[in-house]
Write a protein that binds this ligand. Structure first.
Ligand code: AMP
Length: 457
């Protein structure tokens, strides 16, 4: 998963892009980059790790220009090496092409093979680089037609921002797997994966880029074109953005994420009302559904587990003792609240089950009498090929286990999942979601080779 930002027509475009990365840091913590353009030169800054830790005033000041694009990376294709930090920047026939991509393509191997046969030399092991080669190879006269020809060759999930010549371009695949929002700041435009980025920059949210739409922004003028042949194409917004991934203060897929998660909790309470002394959520992702659950049943909602926000990602974990310590540092249950109580613990989802198991163990150690766990989505049984890093079926705990078996694994007294119908019923765009991780019904052909490192040499 990744976060992307584009800025046009702002005298401090790279600073604005950095603020965007700050707001979108949750979408990828492995590496970040900004490319700026000042009308004649491009500047680039790329670093491993968090943008918020590794970018500063000094290095951002060097990124001059009125346009910028930026990316924060959580790898879902290609390893986590410096060559794979985005935006990808090249010069072709004296013109800049810079690309920042969120999502996974599903016809990567075919395109990769075709392009290599035609003489392309790939510099990274990311599917995202395909855009660069297609842009360079496709005859380009008229910008909208050029872009339509490029995007028509690509299948799967993509929200992208591009710097091309003196234009900022934003595009979203025809099924709209990943979000992309349009904002206005002064005379210029902003593109960002989530609308929370606009709040950070004090930009105004205009709308979402439509599935299959390409916006071409030159100066303060915006032109919109659509990929032909996709009108009426079924949509496949990623439901996991709503469940877990996006920030609660964002508005994507025509909904506010905080409210979506609360509604998931309310619906969970209607489907699975559990009698207990109080309801608690696993911070941060389970809190919103926990609040909805508690309010729906009129049960007390308690913040009985405390999150430490100062935990470093680079924490060394050489022994089991230190690994356990890390878990405890991050989330610590409050014994005085929990001891002797029967609790309902709400979590947004269970993927491998390993973190849930250790959280439950800690809540048990804090003295809980009964622990009932409710999950605000159905069991995740199938991998994702569109940009969520869900492991192979073998690692997904619910893939071949019954709910009772999952409950036994994580050691809860009872476990309940929200139904698929219940989950979709609370979404504003009900029929427009991809739920393949729950159903195995993929909205596109799935790639032949599903290995994340398939392009690695
Ligand atoms: P676990 O109990 O180990 O399955 O961890 C569950 C928590 O990790 C939930 O809050 C999930 O939403 C969160 N999570 C989100 N994305 C992923 C992912 N790609 N892989 C594993 N866990 C994830």
């Amino acid at each position: 998963m990744c976060g992307i930002v584009g800025v046009s027509h702002h005298k401090e475009a790279s600073k604005i892009a950095f603020l965007g990365l700050y707001a979108l840091q949750h979408r990828g913590e492995e590496a970040a980059g900004i490319v700026s353009y000042n009308g004649s030169e491009t500047h680039v800054l790329k670093k491993s790790g968090l943008a918020v830790d590794n970018f500063d005033e000094d290095n951002i000041r060097k990124l001059t220009g009125h346009m910028a694009i930026a990316h924060t990376r959580y790898s879902t294709t290609g390893s986590s090496t410096t060559k794979n930090i985005q935006p990808i920047l090249v010069t072709h026939r004296k013109k800049t092409i810079a690309v920042a991509h969120n999502g996974n393509l599903t016809n990567t191997e075919e395109l990769y093979a075709k392009l290599e046969n035609e003489g392309s030399i790939f510099q990274t092991s990311m599917d995202s680089e395909i855009f660069v080669h297609l842009l360079a190879k496709t005859p380009n006269g008229d910008m909208p037609q050029w872009l339509i020809k490029v995007f028509a060759q690509v299948k799967g999930a993509y929200s992208v921002v591009l710097l091309l010549k003196d234009c900022l371009v934003g595009a979203r695949d025809p099924q709209g797997f990943r979000p992309l929002c349009l904002g206005k700041l002064g005379d210029g435009y902003i593109l960002a994966s989530e609308s929370c980025a606009f709040d950070m920059m004090k930009a105004e949210f205009v709308r979402e880029i439509e599935p299959g739409e390409i916006v071409i922004i030159k100066g303060n003028k915006l032109e919109s074109v659509f990929l032909p042949g996709f009108v009426g194409e079924s949509r496949a917004f990623c439901v996991f953005e709503n469940i877990y991934f996006a920030r609660p203060d964002s508005r994507i897929f025509n909904d506010n994420i905080y409210q979506v998660r609360k509604r998931l909790g309310e619906r969970l309470a209607i489907e699975h009302p559990v009698k207990a002394d109080f309801v608690m959520g696993i911070p941060d992702s389970g809190l919103y559904a926990a609040l909805g659950y508690a309010q729906q049943l009129g049960l007390p909602f308690e913040m009985a587990i405390v999150r430490n926000h100062y935990i470093g990602r680079t924490f060394i974990q050489p022994s089991q003792f230190l690994r356990d310590f890390r878990v405890r540092v991050k989330l610590n249950p409050i014994q005085d609240m929990i001891k002797g109580k029967s609790v309902v613990v709400i979590e947004d989802s269970i993927v491998r089950g390993t973190t849930s198991r250790s959280r439950i163990e800690e809540i048990r150690e804090a003295g809980a009498k009964e622990i009932h766990m409710c999950i605000s989505c159905p069991p995740i049984k199938f991998p994702c090929f569109y940009g969520i890093d869900f492991p192979s079926t073998g690692e997904l705990i619910a893939h071949n286990k019954t709910v009772k078996e999952v409950a036994d694994f994580i050691k809860v007294d009872s476990l309940y999942y929200l139904s698929l119908e219940g989950m979709l019923s609370v979404m504003k765009e009900k029929g427009n979601f991809c739920s393949a991780c729950f159903t195995g019904k993929y909205p596109t052909q799935i790639p032949k080779n599903t290995d994340k490192l398939k392009l690695e040499i």
